[in-house]
Design a protein around this ligand. Structure first.
Ligand SMILES: Cc1ncc(COP(=O)(O)O)c(C=O)c1O
Length: 430
């Protein structure tokens, strides 16, 4: 299905981008496990390389299985196109790549996945890019951080490790006024719970490793383009608005209009950075997305029940789930993610660091792993693992202090999960 007239989410998550295989009639999207594609003739090859005809050349750039996934996620997010990448972190670099150059900066929220904080605060410096970290609840500080060299604003919709929802409407009003794109990492929310483009996002990135695939089998990412940003309104985005030297002077915005960012991402980003998603991974992710809405409903139902139960527990100091009445983000749920606050939150234990270690070691259904968004329930003690490279101040700002455990609630029976948490809390405090 490539035309999608007003179908609902549940229909689109199964059909968008896909149709029976034209060669064999195969109903399920085949895994096109091929590196290259035979040109009809030399003229066809030239037209493909000139981007005058859309088609397949080489799987570092495009692949039919990956193309179905790109169209499916773009449709679910309400975008015009998407570029799949080898991981969520690759997607973040691919989103920034056409916008940035040495000496330029991106204004980012302090409430991000720990790995993203490290990527932005350390690694992108090697490219001559700078990240300015700001509390995104301080709207004046966000506006003040944007200067002549800022080329993007970046945040997460529901921030990992959970419990915080960004006011995307307020942040996009600031980025719009400054004439720069807003990039939203929608990994923890998924397009079922939140549509950042409806709240003003220019680009949406995902770690498809998490809820989109949903079963812990794939490392993948994607950048979705809203198609709404006017790259030619200023001289700030020459890769898209001016002749691009990396593609014999092609003007991407003039040539491809709303698809400029997507074409640039494939023709230059994937071609030269090579952060390509392989077709096997695309297939697993397509399988996962078919049940996204069903899984997200159960994640939300279970997380709501369990967060409320944990909040009443004697061993627990606090629970951050944004769906709780006690959460400062509660008032944003109905506006930003109306179908629920996701399946991710943190719990802080009165017993501190030592109790957290005993707690994660005592759980039986929950696995202690560096992942989230699986059908299985998962936990991690962030301060001793994913966030250990950060300073204590950064850990606390990211909601990952020493007495905090991150919980990713799966879709198992909630009674079983509660019983498991209960026995582990007893052991944690013995
Ligand atoms: C919110 C968020 N964004 C990005 C990433 C990075 O994704 P990946 O591990 O697929 O590179 C993660 C990984 O945990 C994440 O939780």
């Amino acid at each position: 299905m490539t035309d999608t007239p007003n179908y609902g989410f549940d229909t689109l998550q199964i059909h968008a981008g896909a149709r029976p295989d034209p060669a064999t009639g195969a109903r399920q999207t085949p895994i096109y496990q091929t590196t290259a594609y035979v040109f009809r003739d030399a003229e066809h090859a030239a037209a493909l390389f000139n981007l005058q005809e859309v088609g397949y050349i080489y799987s570092r750039l495009t692949n039919p299985t990956v193309a179905v996934l790109q169209e499916r996620v773009a449709t679910l997010e309400g975008g015009v196109g998407a570029v799949a990448c080898s991981s969520g972190h690759a997607a973040q670099i691919m989103a920034l790549f056409p916008l940035m150059a040495p000496g330029l900066n991106v204004v980012v929220s302090t409430r991000l996945y720990g790995g993203s904080i490290t990527q932005f605060s350390q690694t992108i410096k090697r490219f001559g890019w700078e990240a300015k970290f700001v509390d995104f609840d301080d709207l004046d500080a966000v506006a003040a951080a944007i200067d002549d060299n800022t080329r993007a604003v970046f945040c997460e919709s529901i921030a990992n490790p959970g419990g915080y929802i960004t006011d995307l409407d307020a942040i996009s009003a600031i980025s719009d006024k400054a004439g720069i794109p807003l990039i939203v990492d929608n990994t923890s929310a998924t397009p079922y719970l939140c549509n950042p483009i409806q709240h003003g996002a220019t680009l949406v990135v995902h770690s498809m490793t998490k809820y989109l695939t949903g079963n812990g089998t794939v490392t993948g990412g994607i950048v979705v383009d809203s198609g709404k940003f006017d790259w030619s309104a200023s001289d700030k985005f020459p890769s898209l608005s001016a002749p691009e030297p990396a593609y014999h002077g092609l003007k991407f915005h003039e040539t491809f209009g709303p698809l400029a960012f997507t074409f640039h991402g494939i023709a230059i980003g994937l071609r030269d950075l090579g952060m390509t998603l392989n077709p096997q991974a695309a297939h697993y992710t397509l399988m996962g997305i078919e049940t996204l809405s069903l899984r997200m409903e159960r994640h939300v139902e279970n997380a709501t029940k369990i967060a409320n139960w944990l909040e009443q527990h004697d061993a627990v100091e606090a629970v951050t789930y944004a769906g709780l009445d006690s959460s400062p983000s509660k008032s944003r749920v109905a506006r930003i993610c109306p179908k629920g606050a996701g399946g991710l939150f943190t719990v802080s234990l009165k017993g501190g660091y030592d109790a957290c270690i005993k707690f994660v070691d005592s759980l039986e259904i929950f696995s202690h792993v560096a992942n989230l968004g699986d059908t299985r329930s998962l936990v991690i003690h962030s301060a001793s693992t994913t966030h250990r490279q950060l300073t204590p101040e950064q850990q606390t700002a990211a909601g990952a202090g020493p007495n905090v455990v991150r919980i990713s609630i799966g879709i198992e029976n909630s009674e079983d999960l509660i019983a498991d948490l209960d026995q582990a809390l007893v052991k944690a405090n013995s």
